[in-house]
Design a protein around this ligand. Structure first.
Ligand code: GOI
Length: 494
């Protein structure tokens, strides 16, 4: 079958038959790469002096919370196999590799009083290996694996964490900054705060929605700003890198074009993305959040809003702490207006006060939350451009899951092609997208879903001692995209 025929039947099968794949080449300096995160791939959870983190703790003390009672004790064993990982990246022709640093591998006590030299050397070696292969490191300082000792002192909901994170970030810049030109402070802080301290569906599994999730976010934003300023003042002039934050969101499509549904969708976007982006890009929490949470808090009889307030000094300290914007995007959902939720137990979702659903006929994946909605990518990118003053956007994650039953991952080829086509469309619209990062380089520990949902370009055999990596069909596809900068047989030049 020719590629064109393959493309045609895939388009029909996914229900996007009238959507043509963009035939313009990506610019020569556009960065294509893949991503992983420390706890999801490294393993070696207690080797060479690494300290315990909240995911070690959760998977060991409450194994029932994770599918198959799985954990990241060994995961992909990347701690020992990083050279193989870089060889896979080289084979793909990746321009960059996004990985995260394990805080407790570098600082076993969470604080700089003790540096774990073996852990530091692991990252130095990984970065050197990437450098030797002309692959740009894109480094996430925090991808959810807080040192357990810091959680025991209150974690992200306690103010001490801001200093602790800043100290840790400074250590990272000092140790690795000569060779790292792209930094991210946080990966998806919404998951840290909402799932970690709100609905409790992720470590540290605390359930205080509408209170602790806001407090967590407040400290995350302060921590981000502090790390950005430390970089700006102490390292930028000698290291010349760029630093930002990665925020994740669905595209929220209104149920119809009525004013009330449009407004509901915008409220949802502000509560989801604006919660993190607005203070950094525009100043303060979004107006709609401040108003709604203050009103509901008053109706609950509280003397002040459950949404913490930044001081004026903090507001100006936080505003502008970005050199670009990291964006993770996977899927979409539909939003509609609903009557004001009753006043009762505080909840982030009641504070938003909109209805959300996913139509049955949207194509799915192995993850119940992830429907294949490539058109949402273009709409989201355009919304981010207009709402946040046209930032340079680095797509730091995008990808899809299957169940691992076949190496012929047609679903992933279609997903990447159609989402990338919409990225390229958005670039035609004038959105400044500077890079695209496929999640993930290889199958890995998918948090509460254990090893059941596979996001990798490479299959990993978790039964084998070697954690053998095997390319799926999508590797050939992605390789060709990177080499040709083109999604179809022949592209128009950019
Ligand atoms: C990234 O997060 C992340 O950075 C990577 O580390 C990760 O491996 C990668 O994505 C792949 O996942 C239907 C309340 C079922 C509780 C709908 C609300 C379950 C649970 C919608 C809302 C959603 C990507 C879990 C972003 C968290 C998975 C965010 C994707 C579970 C749902 C829910 C739902 C809900 N999300 N995450 N969930």
């Amino acid at each position: 079958m020719s590629l064109k025929v393959v493309v045609l039947c895939c388009l029909l099968a996914t229900g996007f038959s009238d959507d043509e794949v963009n035939n313009k080449a990506f610019p020569g300096d556009f960065l294509f790469g893949t991503a992983t995160a420390s706890y999801q791939v490294e393993g070696a959870w207690n080797e060479d002096g690494k300290g315990e983190n909240i995911w070690d703790h959760l998977t060991h003390t409450q194994p029932d919370l994770v599918d198959g009672k799985a954990n990241g004790d060994i995961a992909c064993d990347s701690y020992h196999k990083y050279k193989e990982d870089v060889a896979l990246l080289k084979d793909l022709g990746a321009n960059h590799y996004r990985f995260s640093l394990s805080w407790s591998r570098i600082l076993p006590n969470g604080t700089p009083d003790k540096l774990n030299v073996a852990g530091v050397n692991y990252y130095k070696n990984l970065i050197q290996e990437l450098k030797n292969n002309d692959i740009i490191p894109l480094v996430t300082i925090y991808h959810w694996d807080l040192p357990q000792v810091l959680q025991e002192q209150g974690g992200w909901t306690d103010d001490f964490i801001v200093e602790a994170f800043a100290d840790y970030a400074r250590v990272c810049f000092e140790l690795f900054g000569d060779d790292v030109k792209y930094w991210l402070t946080f990966n998806e802080p919404k998951q840290t705060c909402l799932q970690g301290y709100g609905d409790g569906s992720m470590a540290p599994a605390i359930k205080e929605s509408g209170v602790m999730d806001y407090k967590c976010t407040h400290n995350v934003i302060r921590s981000h700003a502090k790390a950005w300023h430390i970089y700006d003042q102490e390292f930028r002039s000698t290291q010349n890198g760029r630093i930002s934050i990665t925020i994740d969101t669905n595209w929220f499509e209104p149920d119809d074009d009525s004013a009330e549904n449009e407004a509901a969708a915008e409220t949802k976007r502000q509560f989801t993305f604006g919660w993190y982006a607005n203070a950094i890009f525009n100043g303060d929490y979004p107006e709609v959040m401040r108003t709604r949470i203050a009103n509901r808090s008053a109706a609950e009889g509280l003397s002040e809003s459950r949404l913490p307030k930044f001081t004026d000094e903090e507001l100006s300290y936080i505003l502008g702490t970005h050199d670009y914007l990291g964006l993770n995007v996977y899927t979409s959902s539909i939003i509609k207006a609903i009557p004001e939720p009753e006043i009762g137990t505080p909840s982030y979702y009641s504070d938003i006060g909109v209805g959300e659903y996913v139509p049955d006929d949207w194509p799915g994946s192995a993850s119940s939350w992830l429907k294949v909605t490539p058109w949402g990518m273009r709409k989201l990118l355009n919304w981010v451009k207009t709402t946040y003053n046209d930032p340079e956007i680095f797509i730091t994650e995008n990808g899809v899951s299957e169940d691992g039953s076949s190496l012929e991952d047609e679903i992933r080829i279609n997903y990447y092609r159609d989402y990338l086509s919409n990225v390229r469309d958005a670039m035609d619209d004038g959105v400044k997208v500077i890079g695209y990062t496929a999640w993930s380089l290889m199958d890995n520990f998918e948090w509460m879903r254990g090893y059941t949902e596979k996001f990798g370009l490479y299959y990993v055999d978790f039964e084998s001692q070697n954690r053998t990596r095997v390319p799926k069909s999508s590797v050939e596809f992605f390789k060709k995209v990177i080499a040709t900068r083109c999604l179809v047989d022949t592209c128009e030049e950019a």
